[in-house]
Design a protein. Structure first.
Length: 178
């Protein structure tokens, strides 16, 4: 059973713009209460992309390297998304809500939007294994003691991306089907 506060995504509407400008193309995970939100922005989205996003089979997992978790999401017919999580990218208030929130929160909304307009094309809510969400939280908490600054964490994250491609991350990770 997914544990989630539906109010968090109540203002997201298909065909309407999001209330922020995307920083670029690709997936962007954000802390939202006790869970994550995933916003994905691409230019040139087609009907088949939207169909795959909403109906495609999903596999997910978490690749962890040097106290940096990567939320991996594979959507059949759409593609693979590799999302690094850096706790320092979030304001302290968001960090606190994430760590102190409901420990069973495991639902993640996936929002697909056009780039650069940020017009919402599709929304899908998934529920991951609560143990996986706990592992993400545990690793992000550890980041606070391992890395002295946001820049040091981001620098190491870049090194990890240079060392491991999507295929290698998935080879070293258990992927779970939804």
């Amino acid at each position: 059973m997914a544990e989630y506060n539906q109010d968090a995504i109540r203002d997201i509407r298909i065909g309407k713009p999001l209330d922020f400008d995307p920083p670029g193309e690709g997936p962007i995970p954000y802390l939202a209460g006790a869970t994550l939100h995933v916003y994905t922005f691409y230019s040139g989205l087609q009907a088949q992309d939207v169909q795959a996003w909403t109906k495609g089979a999903i596999q997910y997992g978490v690749f962890i390297q040097d106290t940096i978790p990567f939320f991996l999401l594979d959507i059949a017919g759409f593609g693979e998304l590799d999302m690094p999580l850096n706790i320092f990218w979030e304001p302290e208030e968001k960090q606190r809500e994430f760590f102190e929130g409901n420990p069973t929160a495991n639902a993640i909304p996936l929002v697909l939007a056009d780039y650069p307009e940020a017009i919402v094309r599709a929304v899908r809510l998934i529920a991951i294994d609560p143990k996986i969400m706990f592992r993400i939280k545990e690793t992000l908490f550890d980041q606070l003691t391992v890395y002295p600054t946001a820049d040091s964490c981001t620098e190491n994250l870049s090194t990890i991306f240079e060392s491991f491609d999507s295929y290698e991350m998935r080879e070293r990770t258990t992927l779970y089907a939804l």
